[in-house]
Design a protein around this ligand. Structure first.
Ligand SMILES: Nc1ncnc2c1ncn2[C@@H]1O[C@H](COP(=O)(O)OP(=O)(O)OP(=O)(O)O)[C@@H](O)[C@H]1O
Ligand SMILES: [Mg+2]
Length: 243
């Protein structure tokens, strides 16, 4: 037996093939319904302040950020909201693969070359859903995401869309997400059962508190189905994990 606990190797499946869009492919599926519940809970989680920019992150890799953010973005679009979905994971991007889009231009191009985002956005990939892919992987993601250009871009996007959703890297891996978390209306932490360590989740929460991010709640991913029936693929939403 090994003396040290080795973390599971991150999955590369979603980087190569994209994530499963059950909400688009099988909207009547029980899992699609669970994503609609997540969406509704996000809407109810902030009574006083309208949540227009939402970021989905997690402590570690492969916890389901891209899967959850993509499916929740789709459910918002299906509800008739005008949605902009941005791949701000400039290290392990997936949106171009999920929506089968070219990725020669994207967020990194907007930020590095000051290109107008309208010329790069992929409008209505699904009705009401516009996607901005990551663009080529830059050498300095944290710097780009922390730039004035990023702030201006987010403000412009906010004024044109009902909801702006960000898929980002894990909090404990790099500083990109902590930086961005301070500039969005709400942050959702995806916690994958069986993968996430309690100490990591606690540390993630501390990092978010440090930048005064608005942590709206947690999506508990990969929760075993209660009745033993179905897909072994469940999404819970809650304010659990408080110490
Ligand atoms: N509830 C689930 N049940 C089964 N497989 C899942 C579940 N959630 C995610 N996966 C799978 O786990 C892998 C990682 O998911 P995903 O890419 O959404 O995670 P991620 O947090 O975005 O990863 P990364 O850190 O690389 O960005 C994918 O292959 C995805 O299909
Ligand atoms: Mg991802």
């Amino acid at each position: 037996m090994s003396l040290f606990h080795h973390k599971k190797r991150p999955s590369t499946d979603s980087i190569e093939n994209g994530v499963k869009l059950v909400t688009a492919v099988e909207p009547k599926n029980v899992v699609a319904e669970q994503f609609r519940t997540v969406r509704t809970n996000i809407e109810f989680s902030s009574i006083d302040k309208e949540i227009k920019t939402v970021l989905f992150t997690s402590s570690d890799v492969s916890e389901g950020k891209s899967t959850v953010s993509a499916n929740v973005a789709v459910t918002w679009a299906q509800q008739g909201k005008k949605v902009l979905f941005i791949d701000a994971d400039l290290r392990r991007p997936t949106l171009h693969a999920t929506f089968v889009l070219p990725n020669t231009q994207g967020l990194s191009t907007i930020l590095a070359n000051n290109v107008d985002f309208h010329s790069i956005a992929n409008a209505d990939v699904i009705d009401n859903l516009t996607v901005i892919t990551s663009g080529p992987i830059p050498p300095n993601p944290a710097e780009l995401l922390n730039s004035q250009r990023m702030k201006h871009f987010v403000e412009a996007a906010k004024s044109e869309y009902d909801v702006v959703v960000f898929d980002v890297p894990p909090l404990l891996e790099v500083t990109d997400t902590q930086v961005l978390s301070a500039h969005v209306d709400g942050v959702i932490l995806v916690v994958r059962q069986g993968l996430a360590q309690r100490a990591d989740v606690t540390r993630s929460k501390e990092l978010l508190t440090m930048v005064h991010a608005n942590l709206l709640g947690y999506v508990l991913n990969d929760v075993a189905p209660k009745n033993g029936y179905g897909y072994g693929y469940g999404y819970g939403y809650g304010y659990g994990y408080e110490q």
